[in-house]
Design a protein around this ligand. Sequence first.
Ligand SMILES: Cc1cc2nc3c(=O)[nH]c(=O)nc-3n(C[C@H](O)[C@H](O)[C@H](O)COP(=O)(O)OP(=O)(O)OC[C@H]3O[C@@H](n4cnc5c(N)ncnc54)[C@H](O)[C@@H]3O)c2cc1C
Length: 418
Amino acid sequence: MNGQYDVVVLGGGAAGMTAAIWARRQGASVLLIEYNDMLGKKILSTGNGRCNLSNRRISASSYRSDSGGEDFFSLAFSKVSVEETLDFFESLGILTIEEQQRIYPRTMRAADVREALALALSLEGVEVCYGTKVRQVRREDGVYRLLLPRGGEILAKRLILATGSPASAVSGSTDDGAYYAAMLGHTLRPFLPALVPLRFAEKNLKELAGVRCHDTKVSLWIDGAPAGRSRGELQFTAETLSGIVIFQLSRYAALAAQEKKTCYCLLDLVPEKTEEELFLHWSRRIDAAKGTMTLQQAAAGSLHGGVLSYIARTAGLPLDRPLTRKDVGVLRTLAAGIKAFRVDLDGPKGKKDAQICAGGVCLSEVDAATMESKLNPGLFFAGELLDIDGKCGGYNLQWAWTSGRIAGEAAGRGDFHD
Ligand SMILES: Cc1cc2nc3c(=O)[nH]c(=O)nc-3n(C[C@H](O)[C@H](O)[C@H](O)COP(=O)(O)OP(=O)(O)OC[C@H]3O[C@@H](n4cnc5c(N)ncnc54)[C@H](O)[C@@H]3O)c2cc1C
C-alpha cells in the first residue's frame, strides 16, 4: 500500500474516528489507519455495554495530569463543550438521555454509538485501512512518512496520533502511540493503570470477597499524608478493593506504588453517622435489652455481618457475649473501627484490568487550542494518548470527543494544495 493524504489518523477508536470525521469536514483527504479489523472496539465495552458517553458535571477539575494544569482542559472544553458534543451525536442520529448527570445513548447500546461513528466516516468519505500497524514514523521535509510493516509507505501532510493507551484487555490496547510520539521527539509520562481495583496487603481480607458496602467514604493516604477522598459503593474481591469509589482514587495509588511510597485507605463504612452517634445508637439498644443483647445483635443492622465480624475479631471484641453498661469500651472500639477501617494497599491491579491509563504525551508540549505538537508542526494528538485521565462517569469518552474534534478541525484546515 502506498499513498499520499492531507491528513492521516493513526488509531480508529473514539478519538481517532471523531478526529477523522472533523478533518474530512474541513475538506481534507483523510486516511484512518486502525490496527484491529473493526473500528471503535473499546467503545463496545464502555459503560457495561451502555456507553456512558459524557457527563453534565464536566469541568476542568474532572481531569488530572502530571504534565499540565487546569488551563489546558479549560481551553479545550471552551472550544468543544459537552453541548456541542451532544449536538454532534444528534447529527449522527444518536439521541441521548441522562441518569444522575451521566449521559448515555437513548438506546443504552454502545454498539449504536460505534456504528453511528463508523457510518459517518463512510458517508463523509474517509478512507479506512484495517489490520495495519505503522512500523515507523518520520518527519522529512515537512511531511510525515509512515513506513508499513510489509513494505511501502504512506505520506501525510498532517498526522493525528490517536492510538489510545494500553488499558484493558480489549484488542488494540497498545502503547504504540507513545513509541511514535517518542520517535518524533516528544516526552512521555509512563502509562500507569487508572480506574482500576487496588490490591490489599492483608491476605485475611479475602474472607470479605463478594461484600458490597453501599455508601462508603474512602480516604487515601500516601506516605502518611492525605492524598484524596471519594464516596460511593465499595466492593471487596478476593484480592482487591474495588468499585467506583476506589476507581476514583486509583490513579494516585498507582503513582504512589510506582514511586515505592506506602499507601493505605481509611474506610468510613457508615458515613451518615458520627462515631458518637453510632456509639449512642448501640448503647441505647444494649440498655433497653438489660444485659441480654450481644454486640452482634446490637450492630447487626448497622453494617454487613461479614465486615462486622472481621472488625470485631481483629480488634479482639466479643461478638457473642451479652453486653452491659460496663462494656462502653467495646462499643467505642467498634464505632472507631467502623469509622476508620484501615486497609494497607499493595499497589493497583495491572493495565489489563484498568479502564484507562494515566500518563502519555506531556501536555506542556501540546497546544490545547489545536492539539498540535509544539515540537513538530502538522503533528496532532487526541484522546487517551495524551497525559490526561478523567474520573469515572463519562469523562474519558468526553475527552476523546473533545480532543478528537479539536485535533481533526485544526489538522483538516488549511491549503493543502499549494
Ligand atoms: C471496560 C471499559 C469501560 C469503560 N467505560 C467508559 C465509560 O462508560 N465512559 C467513559 O467515558 N469512558 C469509559 N472507558 C474509557 C474509554 O473507553 C477510553 O478513555 C476511550 O475509549 C479512549 O479513546 P481513544 O480513542 O483515545 O482510545 P481507544 O478507544 O483505545 O482507541 C485507540 C484505537 O487505536 C488503535 N490502535 C492502537 N495502536 C495502534 C496502531 N499502532 N496502529 C493503528 N491503530 C492502533 C486501537 O485498536 C484502538 O481502536 C472505559 C474503558 C474500558 C476499558
